[in-house]
Design a protein around this ligand. Structure first.
Ligand code: PDD
Length: 277
């Protein structure tokens, strides 16, 4: 792990008990795929982190070049070809007090853990099931903060139901996104997904998928869609760094389309695979 300037074995990697990340979830994070030892879409992850730092007034002085160097060193030392790089940046350590400390020094930690992206191939073939839950999160989920309790509970509900993901449904019955993935439906050849706003995370995998779809001249509607519309869709799918594209074949107890991955999901999965491998 990388902790505040030092590489250390994972078992010795600790942050202070008064780190604001622990006490207030006053912290940001990023998860980046490492494929064949190389970080995927790293500049986009850095850009999102910087945007969020600005929004939360976290003064993160390390340059992009220095951050990249540290991430690469950690990946090299770790020796895993396929992995997830987890980066967490808190406002720093200080005596507990809600307002910002006077001279905060942000705490940066990074870990690299082996991750088998091939497990997704089987899931791509069969498709996955999602459940639906009420979106209980706060109103600024466009910022990638570690305050993930609502996501944790939603994903645990999914796990208990034998589902891959929980789709978070707003009070007006629109589907926002999943607990850790972005959500899409397909109707009459059009790819439909919630527009960027304060109520979804601007996923890096989402941006990649929309770019590839646009290049392939697949019509895209970035607009809210309701749960009823999702249940009546031809296909559904999800994306994230950890699941670059998975077809969704069941929502709660309802089969979507034929109940098997459809042609659009298969086509998009092929485009995404070609892009990242
Ligand atoms: N989750 N929506 C939410 C709520 C997420 O937490 C994530 C990512 C995404 C997809 O974002 P991206 O394409 O940048 O991975 C959408 C990460 C992987 C996680 O929390 O583990």
């Amino acid at each position: 792990a990388y902790v505040d300037g030092r590489l250390t074995p994972l078992r010795d990697a600790h942050v202070h008990v008064e780190d604001r990340g622990l006490q207030f979830a006053d912290a940001l994070y990023e998860v980046t795929a490492v494929l064949n030892g190389k970080m995927l879409d790293w500049p986009h992850h850095i850009a999102r982190l910087r945007r969020n730092c600005a929004a939360l007034f976290i003064d993160f002085a390390m340059s992009d070049a220095a951050l990249t160097l540290q991430a690469r060193r950690l990946i090299a030392v770790n020796g895993q070809a396929d992995a997830l790089l987890y980066l967490q940046l808190s406002r720093g350590t200080a005596k507990r007090d809600h307002g910002f400390p006077a001279n905060p020094r942000p705490t940066l930690v990074m870990t690299v853990r082996r991750f088998d992206f091939h497990q997704r191939t089987a899931q791509q073939k069969t498709g996955v099931k999602v459940i639906t839950v009420n979106d209980m999160r706060w109103r600024r989920v466009d910022m990638k903060t570690t305050g993930l309790l609502a996501n944790v509970l939603a994903k645990q509900d999914a796990r208990a139901a034998g589902a891959f993901e929980a789709w978070l449904v707003a009070p007006d019955n629109t589907v926002r996104e999943g607990g850790s993935t972005n959500a899409y439906i397909v109707k009459a050849g059009r790819l439909i997904t919630h527009p960027l706003s304060e109520s979804i995370l601007p996923g890096i995998a989402r941006a990649t998928l929309l770019r590839l779809a646009r290049e392939a001249q697949i019509p895209i509607d970035e607009r809210p869609f309701s749960l009823a519309e999702a249940l009546a869709a031809d296909e559904a799918l999800l994306t994230s760094t950890t699941a670059p594209l998975l077809p969704v074949v069941r929502i709660d107890e309802n089969a979507i389309g034929t109940g098997s991955p459809g042609p659009m999901a298969s086509r998009l999965a092929a485009l995404v695979s070609a892009e990242i491998t």
